[in-house]
Design a protein around this ligand. Sequence first.
Ligand code: C2E
Ligand code: MG
Ligand code: MG
Ligand code: MG
Length: 276
Amino acid sequence: RAKSDGRGTFRFFEADMDARMKARRSLELDLRRALALKEFTLAYQPQIDLATNAVTGFEALIRWEHPERGMVQPADFIPLTEEIGIITPIGEWVLRTACKEAAGWSKPVSIAVNLSPVQFRSPKLVEIVMSALARSGLEPSRLELEITEGALLANTESVLATLTTLRALGVRISMDDFGTGYSSLSYLRKFPFDKIKIDRSFVSGMVDNEDCGAIVRAVASLGASLGIKTTAEGVETTEQLAAIQAEGCGEVQGFLTGRPMPAAMAAALLSDSSTL
Ligand code: C2E
Ligand code: MG
Ligand code: MG
Ligand code: MG
């Protein structure tokens, strides 16, 4: 009968919800322990200058090596850390570790660190960046902070104040995943960026879709006229690389030119390469 069917469905849904809540709570507990247990590491992905073919820097990407879950990708835990308010200490660890590791490299290439919008809004951000620089001895000009459009949605004055203070320290600011949010063009005019990272979705569409090529070309030329560097994210094939180069993009970062790698491999790559 309809009534019992409804009840059955409801019970089933309730059990499903309960299981999901439990899974989430267990992930949350594990995350809270992960920092103390040193389960996070950083992978470094090279960025290549297309004019010289040299490695100009690396982006630090967090990895979580959970004893039972195995390797957990950032997309599967960063949103929860933002929600439960522990992205700030985790982000602080990322910043300190990336600065420390990069300070030991044999070449003064740049190190890019992702900032969550939550971290970007934290009143402690500037202090944390200053302290990471001071403790590591990293030259501020080598540090690049990547923010997404989500960080810019807050009050314009406070965003501008934070960006201005950070740049006064000598660090650079990159706009990450460019083109995936909205009103990107007005942000470029309003806020001081040193680099635009063109989102992977445009790069992967370039070879088959004329619109993607047109967008990459437009962003590259906009960057050139505004004096902002452009990096194409997620370049996987030689066809995409050729297309990116033809559109005037200055730099690439993708599986074709280098996967995210452990710190020791990044250091070795720099020592081995004769360029720069
Ligand atoms: P993102 O900052 O845009 O980083 C680039 C992502 O694209 C990385 O994924 C990288 O491994 C991946 N990627 C690079 N080249 C290619 C390619 O050729 N093909 C494909 N399919 N993917 C490519 P990852 O490491 O899984 O990170 C995902 C996102 O998680 C990052 O996107 C960033 O938003 C966030 N994230 C990573 N590390 C941190 C961190 O330390 N703090 C914060 N707040 N967010 C982080
Ligand atoms: Mg990034
Ligand atoms: Mg990106
Ligand atoms: Mg991304």
